[in-house]
Structure formats: structure tokens, C-alpha cells
Ligand binder design. Structure first.
Ligand SMILES: Cc1cc2nc3c(=O)[nH]c(=O)nc-3n(C[C@H](O)[C@H](O)[C@H](O)COP(=O)(O)OP(=O)(O)OC[C@H]3O[C@@H](n4cnc5c(N)ncnc54)[C@H](O)[C@@H]3O)c2cc1C
Length: 302
């Protein structure tokens, strides 16, 4: 279940009691506030709170007493300049607090981003729900043969059905045992902090995650990338949509310089110059390894 009726009622209540404020308000973000955006089969991302907007970035950059904005065009130009030159601290003036429900194996990748503040649901204190991530058939893929950290063709027919059945039955069996171990019906009942240890990594957990915009962009750069695992990428994609509505100018600059941009090594720049001068350049005389050359060719669209 995405949200319980009680949780939905709380959200509806919060959304139905707007308050006057002197704080900066980003109209695009107000539409997202509190609403749970579904991700995977039982997960979601929900904006709990946010601070700042595009103007706050300019305000900090200009160390201004007032709003710090000049004109929308002027501000967008300044934000692009800051992004282009890695002048990152003004972006740290904006913050976002998210409530995320995600499978534990996705949480393990996510938690590697150390520059956020996290508070996770306690499985020592509370009983976990019987909610497991079971991939859609189109996400059930074989090991990639070209990339050890990736997946290849989608599994078909009997193999796909067998794998799905294993995932479902293992999850349910582990949860049945979890329930029977913690039960105090006719027995002492094992502590929750111990009983959870045989639950599989596709069980869902939840946390509050607060991060500033600079570090959020770093997270999104890595996790909304096509090389990121699908199950974390869909969360990053959902957050991208929120950030686009929150700070449109900053997100536009991020999309241009980071998400869609590329970093070229000195050797790559040298090769590019030689190519533009009409010189035939091959991997062998590029000074690059085969892997580097392959990635360089992908960047220049060869
Ligand atoms: C495609 C992909 C594959 C990966 N594969 C693996 C893997 O096989 N094994 C594995 O263990 N991890 C893996 N990772 C995780 C990766 O190594 C990073 O831990 C993760 O992406 C977080 O990046 P980060 O440290 O830059 O982010 P954050 O922790 O958010 O840090 C942001 C930035 O802050 C600075 N910073 C933060 N803390 C420190 C510190 N203590 N000291 C110095 N600077 C700091 C750094 O500049 C850092 O880039 C993978 C990540 C990706 C995207």
C-alpha cells in the first residue's frame, strides 16, 4: 500500500490549511508539498519541507540585503555562471526535506551520499510491513555481458516466471518467519531488533532525508544517470521533476552543464582539436585507453 488512509488524511489536512508567511515561496514546489509521488511498486517520494528558491541563490551570490534579484533573465544568467564555474556555495542556501519509502537495497546505495541528514524508520522499535519490491517483468533482466555493474536483456518465458516466483515466495516465507519469531502468542517472542535480520533486502524502509541543493545536484548527477541502477534512478527521476518545479533556473543550469554535459580530459580536448583541424585521429594515437576512447566517442557522437 502506498499510503494508509490515516496518512492520506494527515496529508489532506496539511494541504487544506495554508498559512501566510514572509518566507520565500516557490509556487512550483507548493504543488508538490506533502504529496506522495509513487515510485516502484510500494515506494514514494514526498516533499515535507523546503527552503529557498532561485532568488535565494542569487541573493546569497550577491550577498544582498534585499531580495537579491535583478530580473528573471539576469538571475538565470547569474545562476548559469555559478553552475558553469563550480561556484557552489550559493546553491547550498536552498534545502529540501523529503520523506522517502524505498527498498533496503536501494537505501544502501542512497546512504552512501554522506552530505545529507537522515532519520530512518526504526525496525528495533516498530514492526516492518509485509511490503517487498518485486520488479515488473520488463525490469527483470539478465547480467550484462559488457558491464559487470549492469543488466542486459530482459528475461523471458519460463525463466522470468520462475525468478518472479522465487522472489515472491522467498519474501513471503521470510516475512512469515519474522512474524512467527516476534509473536508473543504462547512464547516470549524474539526482539524485533533480532528478528529483522533474516528479512531480505527488497523489504521497504522509510526515512526523512534533508539535503542542500548543491549536494542534491551531486546525488542527482550520479543517480539520475543512465549508468545508475534502475531502482535508484526512478527515485532520482522523481526528485528531478520536483526540483525542476522548485528552482527552474538552477535546474535548467544543472541539466545543461551537469546532467546533459560532459567532462573532457586534457587528452580528449587535444584529440578534439586535432579532429577539428581535419586530422584523422584513432584510439591508438589518441593517448587514451580503449575504454576512455569508447566514452569519448560516445560524447562526441561518433
Ligand atoms: C554508478 C555507481 C557505481 C558505484 N559502485 C560502487 C561500488 O561498487 N562500491 C562502493 O563502495 N561504492 C560504489 N558507488 C558509490 C560511490 O563510490 C560513492 O560512495 C557515492 O556515489 C557517493 O558519492 P560521494 O561520496 O561523492 O557523495 P557524498 O557522500 O554526498 O559526498 C559529496 C562530496 O562531498 C565530499 N565529501 C563527503 N564526505 C567526504 C569525506 N569524508 N572526505 C572527503 N570528502 C568528502 C566529496 O567531495 C564528495 O564527492 C557507486 C556509485 C555510482 C554512482
Amino acid at each position: 500500500m502506498l499510503l494508509t488512509p490515516e496518512q492520506q488524511e494527515e496529508i489532506d489536512q496539511l494541504r487544506s490549511t495554508p498559512q501566510l508567511t514572509l518566507r520565500a515561496v516557490a509556487p512550483g514546489m507548493e504543488g508538490h508539498l506533502y504529496r506522495a509521488k509513487p515510485v516502484l511498486d510500494h515506494g514514494f517520494v514526498r516533499v515535507v519541507d523546503y527552503m529557498g528558491d532561485d532568488a535565494a541563490i542569487c541573493q546569497a551570490a550577491r550577498v544582498s540585503y534585499g531580495k537579491g534579484t535583478k530580473s528573471v533573465q539576469n538571475d538565470a544568467g547569474l545562476i548559469r555562471y555559478l553552475m558553469r564555474h563550480w561556484h557552489s556555495t550559493p546553491f547550498e542556501m536552498c534545502e529540501i526535506k523529503l520523506h522517502v519509502k524505498l527498498p533496503v537495497f536501494v537505501a544502501r546505495q542512497w546512504i552512501r551520499h554522506r552530505t545529507a541528514n537522515v532519520n530512518e524508520y526504526s525496525a528495533r522499535y516498530s514492526i516492518l510491513d509485509r511490503e517487498f519490491y518485486i520488479p515488473e517483468p520488463e525490469s527483470l533482466a539478465a547480467q550484462s555481458v559488457v558491464n559487470n555493474q549492469g543488466r542486459g536483456q530482459v528475461l523471458q518465458g519460463a525463466e522470468a516466471a520462475r525468478v518472479l516466483e522465487i522472489l515472491k515466495s522467498d519474501s513471503n516465507r521470510a516475512y512469515d518467519n519474522y512474524e512467527s519469531m516476534i509473536s508473543d502468542d504462547g512464547q516470549d517472542g524474539l526482539a524485533r531488533e533480532l528478528a529483522r535480520m533474516n528479512l531480505p533486502a527488497n523489504i521497504y524502509t522509510q526515512w526523512y532525508w534533508k539535503v542542500d541543493l548543491h549536494n542534491l545536484f551531486h546525488f542527482l548527477r550520479l543517480r539520475a544517470d543512465s549508468h545508475a541502477q534502475y531502482e535508484i534512478r526512478v527515485y532520482a527521476d522523481a526528485i528531478c521533476e520536483m526540483v525542476r518545479d522548485w528552482v527552474p533556473a538552477a535546474y535548467g543550469a544543472f541539466e545543461d552543464y551537469r546532467l546533459g554535459g560532459a567532462v573532457l580530459s586534457a587528452k580528449s580536448v587535444e584529440c578534439l582539436k586535432r579532429m577539428l583541424a581535419g586530422e584523422p585521429v584513432t584510439q591508438e594515437d589518441s593517448g587514451m585507453s580503449k575504454g576512455e576512447w569508447r566514452e569519448f566517442e560516445a560524447v562526441i557522437g561518433r
